[in-house]
Ligand binder design. Structure first.
Ligand SMILES: NC(=O)c1ccc[n+]([C@@H]2O[C@H](COP(=O)([O-])OP(=O)(O)OC[C@H]3O[C@@H](n4cnc5c(N)ncnc54)[C@H](O)[C@@H]3O)[C@@H](O)[C@H]2O)c1
Length: 324
């Protein structure tokens, strides 16, 4: 079995390549080429979470992201999340690779939002607000730069230190104006694209804060108990999912407004794979507010791991080819 660590994942899975891969993965999920059985998260006696997120990709691979989450690791030399995407070949079920998972999660999440941004944001969208300046902020700027010509990025983080570090990171890599904002409201006021990338559990983005025509990638809250978006914003927007079933059952950004009566069942218009496949329409007016609700899917992880494995294997074969 081949073990592929973070450095090789970061080298092989570039944002541009991952955006194309995620588009294919989303379409495959809608056509039945790809699929994902239910995930399972077991709680260990000491409180550690042990997650198993399986998927199949076409007729060649299946696999699962297998991770542990241990919050008491915070402040120690051990990360709070660790894991690998285990990759198997479909024919025999043999384990062929273990690919480091946190780097895959980081890259594929920004790439998934970039697919949604490409489908849903206005074509001339050039100003982007990023709320939460952590790992996902870096991934989102890298991937969304591949689908829109960004001219200005507004950053807000509860930690000004994190916001400034992120500004410096962007300035080293991209030719774009960057403004550190003092509030979420200040950051989003002029934005054409908003990415909410925080571990916040209570809504901080409401309708009065955003411009008509904005596209929002809502990524931070990925459980039924957490939300980033206020009910009035969700109610006034066209809402799309990474996967319909997942959002109907697991998204606080959808379930809170539904339970409050602000939206009805049917408010969720479709998935990004359906839009990419041409089965569902997305933005129909320059003034539509669109939301991509991303919970994170196992097909994104397994498709990314399969891609990394194939390139890595070719590189290894090239290195071992006899000199001619
Ligand atoms: N949907 C998905 O597929 C997916 C995938 C990966 C991560 N996530 C989630 O996205 C979120 C961000 O992930 P990350 O890896 O970037 O985390 P991170 O810890 O690297 O960064 C989070 C940043 O948000 C800031 N923050 C916290 N509360 C805030 C608030 N109310 N307003 C503004 N900033 C705030 C923190 O100071 C920090 O800088 C997490 O909740 C994570 O679980 C979702």
């Amino acid at each position: 079995m081949t073990i592929i660590e973070k450095e090789d994942v970061l080298r092989i899975l570039t944002p541009e390549k991952c955006v194309a891969l995620m588009r294919e993965a989303f379409i495959g999920l809608e056509t039945g080429k790809n699929g994902q059985p239910l995930r399972n998260i077991a709680i260990m006696p000491n409180g550690a979470k042990f997650g198993f997120m399986p998927a199949f990709i076409g007729d060649q691979y299946f696999g699962a992201k297998v991770i542990t989450a241990q919050s008491k690791n915070q402040g120690t030399k051990y990360p709070t999340h660790m894991g690998y995407v285990m990759l198997c070949d479909q024919e025999y079920g043999s384990f062929i690779a273990a690919v480091e998972a946190s780097s895959i999660t980081e890259i594929r999440t920004g790439a998934a939002s970039a697919v949604a941004t490409d489908e849903l944001a206005r074509k001339n969208a050039a100003k982007m607000a990023v709320i939460g300046a952590g790992a996902q902020a870096r991934s989102h700027v890298s991937a969304i730069s591949a689908v829109r010509k960004l001219e200005e990025i507004f950053v807000y983080d509860v930690s000004t230190e994190n916001a400034i570090r992120f500004k410096d990171w962007i300035k080293e890599r991209f030719d774009v104006r960057v403004t550190v904002s003092r509030s979420a409201a200040g950051a989003v006021a002029n934005a054409d694209i908003i990415c909410t990338l925080t571990p916040e559990t209570k809504p901080f983005l409401s309708l009065d804060m955003v411009k008509p025509g904005v596209h929002i990638n809502a990524v931070g809250a990925f459980m039924s108990t957490a939300r980033e978006l206020a009910s009035d914003l969700v109610a006034a927007s066209k809402l799309y999912a990474d996967q319909i079933e997942a959002v109907l059952h697991e998204s606080g950004d959808y379930l809170f407004p539904l339970n409050e009566g602000a939206i009805s069942e049917g408010h969720l218009l479709g998935s990004i794979g359906q839009i990419a496949a041409g089965a569902v329409s997305g933005r129909t007016s320059e003034n539509d507010i669109t939301i991509f609700e991303a919970l994170g899917l196992a097909v994104e992880d397994v498709a990314s791991a399969a891609f990394v494995y194939e390139i890595y294997r070719k590189e290894q074969e090239g290195n071992h080819a006899p000199n001619s």
